[in-house]
Design a binder for this molecule. Structure first.
Ligand SMILES: C[S@@+](CC[C@H](N)C(=O)[O-])C[C@H]1O[C@@H](n2cnc3c(N)ncnc32)[C@H](O)[C@@H]1O
Length: 306
């Protein structure tokens, strides 16, 4: 198993790394982006987060040669500010977030992320967390299930929720393949022709299990506050809902907040942040040919200017 880092050069160049700076990798995963940052640091340092202890253990080995420049932190990136404050760090020169699951997680049958492997319906990125995908499927009210699948853009949400309720009344849905069977039984043929019908269902459940949209919004807010002038935040997303959150947060931060009563922006007024990427950077054809999983990746970068 190997995780191939997505948009690696684009991200490292986009961060405009200062060799003496302090950096955060909020999603260490296989440590590819972290290793790239560390290789460009002299006296600088990197704080690396992951909520998955297994990922941290593996990355610790990979980043061994940089052990005096790196600190690994087992925490959700929604705790960014608190974790940095604990270490007396108020400002940093750059932050990278590569949102979602790593190939280690996706390809490990036991984690329950994949509809290709039969496994307990788990999907927790942090295995110490209580809520699992199985609990969501078997205990959420119909309205809650409808909201989460509609948000995840599952086109046959109503039929899916009805079938989940019917099946779970007989016996809990506790494995990935049991859920795939439910999905297959209700997915329209046209959906099956477009893609695996469980793809969006599993993605929606994963987002809910790990509260991914909520923690992303929280983390962006904190990351923007932590950047020093000239510091950059680079975020890679793989889902349109996540990209929308990043895009809207970046547009807001880079727009002038004109106080009420001031008719127009006066000369010299500028926003605290500047968009480095007006349009998201996407993988090249060359990258896609070696790593098809990069397909939906989008990279957006913003810089604090004052
Ligand atoms: C796509 S992988 C990162 C891959 C990495 N950039 C590389 O080059 O190897 C995402 C990682 O972020 C972690 N992760 C996702 N959401 C997180 C969160 N809210 N807090 C902390 N870690 C998170 C996952 O556990 C996973 O290991």
């Amino acid at each position: 198993m190997k995780h191939i880092s997505v948009l690696l050069d684009e991200t490292l160049n986009g961060l405009s790394i200062q060799p003496t700076g302090t950096y955060v990798d909020a999603t260490l995963g296989g440590g590819g982006h972290a290793a790239g940052i560390l290789s460009r640091l002299t006296s600088g340092k990197l704080l690396g987060f992951d909520q998955d202890l297994f990922a941290l253990e593996q990355t610790k080995v990979r980043l061994g040669e940089y052990h005096n420049k790196v600190e690994l932190i087992h925490a959700n990136f929604s705790q960014l500010q608190v974790e940095l404050a604990t270490r007396h760090i108020q400002q940093v020169d750059g932050i990278v977030m590569d949102i979602g699951v790593s190939s280690f997680q996706l390809d490990d049958p036991a984690r329950g992320f994949s509809y290709h492997h039969d496994a307990p319906l788990d999907m927790r990125m942090d295995p110490t967390q209580a809520l699992t995908a199985a609990e969501i499927v078997n205990t959420y009210e119909a309205d809650q299930l409808k909201t989460l699948f509609t948000t995840g853009e599952v086109p046959f949400t109503n039929r899916l929720v009805e079938e989940i309720l019917r099946v779970r009344a007989v016996q809990p849905i506790s494995t990935t393949f049991e859920l795939v069977d439910v999905v297959q039984s209700v997915a329209p043929r046209v959906e099956k022709q477009k893609r695996h019908p469980a793809r969006l269902v599993f993605q929606a459940l994963r987002l809910e299990t790990n509260q991914e949209l909520l923690v992303l919004s929280q983390a962006i807010e904190q990351a923007l506050t932590l950047l020093r002038i000239g510091g950059r935040l680079a975020i890679i997303t793989f889902h349109s809902l996540e990209d929308r959150i990043v895009k809207q947060a970046f547009v807001k931060a880079s727009s002038l907040d004109i106080p009420q009563g001031v008719p127009i922006a006066t000369k010299g007024m500028q926003a605290d942040f500047k968009l480095i990427t007006k349009k998201p950077i996407v993988p090249s054809a060359n990258e896609l040919s070696t790593n098809p999983r990069a397909k939906s990746a989008k990279l957006r970068i913003i810089e604090r200017v004052q």
